[in-house]
Write a protein that binds this ligand. Structure first.
Ligand code: PMP
Length: 354
């Protein structure tokens, strides 16, 4: 199998699996308990907290563990329930939907702008935030791929998820700058200094830590910027040259997009059909965002960027991880031109219409 869907979920790293197996045996106790096994579990949780804090230039006490990016995004929005919330049009549904439901007209104002979009990899400019307003950024796709400094970005809140970096699913984190407003989403327990009730997911948080440790030790963002960017750019060049009717939805200019994401549209060929034919060849990609798969509405991100439902419906996202090689690009290009050509032949949309 050639896996090119890292932006949806990265496979669990071997180091993470080992750390989690060990954790199941050794750190099984409730981390809030006052006995020795409880303390040992809590020490491991604090270790992960320190690693994330170091990686994003925060203080450990500014990190809260959650069940993932969806919960982190929802927690920030609920903190600003009834307030004015301005979001970029490219936000993940977990942010957009929450803002639609809970946003209002009150004060203070929250701005929520993701640093990197998950569907096209675009790196967004942070908005100018007036005095008395707050800034949240969903950094789910950015973590490990580009350097992150929450202080330099002037963020008040930031969202993270473990399964996008080779950690387990169901674990995430929220950065909450010292002194900014905060309302817990989960109430009842005293965990996380009363900011997130619920027994600690010790094994998951330890797995998250192992993935963070690898990023820090290997400075993986440097490999993305060189090796992975090369794979992505070669794939893009070859698609444009070898697949008629193809156009890029990702800007390849350095600094404009994450180096591991490539979103492409194929005129008169449906994205989901291409995905299924590639799948039959053992090549795993996605259409738009996996979270929107099965949803017949065109991707809101591509609609916001292009305003063209046909471009949105004919798009494929390739997303690379550090395990991919140039052989994977070759394998895609051995089958993709034929697959697209076959679909274009069947289509009722004329190939030369644009
Ligand atoms: N935000 C972004 C930018 C994402 O890419 C994703 C995952 N598709 C999420 C939030 C949701 O993450 P989780 O699965 O951890 O809830």
């Amino acid at each position: 199998m050639i896996y090119l869907d890292y932006a949806a979920t990265a496979p669990v790293l071997p180091e993470v699996r080992t750390a989690m197996h060990k954790a199941e045996e050794q750190f099984f106790a409730n981390a809030s308990a006052l006995h020795t096994p409880g303390h040992l579990a809590m020490n491991q949780i604090e270790h992960t907290r320190n690693l994330l804090a170091k990686l994003i230039n925060a203080k450990p006490e500014e990190i809260i563990f959650t069940s993932g990016a969806t919960e982190s995004n929802n927690t920030v929005i609920r903190t600003f329930e009834g307030c004015k919330i301005e979001t970029s049009p490219l936000e993940h549904h977990s942010l957009i939907k929450a803002a639609e439901i809970y946003g209002g007209e009150g004060q203070p104002k929250l701005y929520s702008y993701m640093l990197v979009n998950n569907e096209i990899g675009e790196i967004l400019k942070m908005p100018r935030v007036e005095e008395g307003a707050y800034l949240h950024s969903d950094l789910t796709q950015a973590l490990g791929k580009i350097p992150i400094d929450v202080k330099a970005l002037k963020l008040d809140y930031a969202t993270f998820s473990a399964h996008k970096i080779g950690g387990p699913m169901g674990v995430g984190a929220l950065y909450v700058r010292d002194g900014v407003p905060f309302k817990p989403l989960m109430v009842g327990g005293n965990q996380e200094k009363k900011r997130r009730g619920g027994t600690y997911n010790t094994v998951g948080i330890i797995g998250f830590g192992a993935a963070l440790e690898k990023i820090l030790n290997e400075e993986s963002w440097k490999r993305y910027d060189t090796e992975i960017r090369k794979l992505r750019d070669v794939l893009a060049e070859r698609i444009l040259a070898e697949v008629p009717g193809s156009s890029l939805n990702t800007d390849l200019t350095p600094g404009a997009s994450l180096p591991n994401i490539l979103n492409v549209s194929f005129r008169a060929a449906e994205g989901e059909s291409i995905q299924l034919y590639l799948d039959a060849e053992g090549i795993i990609v996605s259409t738009g965002s996996a979270c929107a798969a099965g949803d017949i509405k065109p991707s809101h991100v591509l609609m916001a960027k292009t305003g063209d439902a046909e471009v949105a419906h004919s798009s494929i996202r390739f997303s690379f991880g550090l395990d991919n090689t140039m052989q994977d690009v070759d394998a895609v290009m051995r089958v993709l031109p034929d697959i697209v050509n076959r679909l274009q032949q069947m289509s009722t949309i004329p190939m030369l219409a644009s």
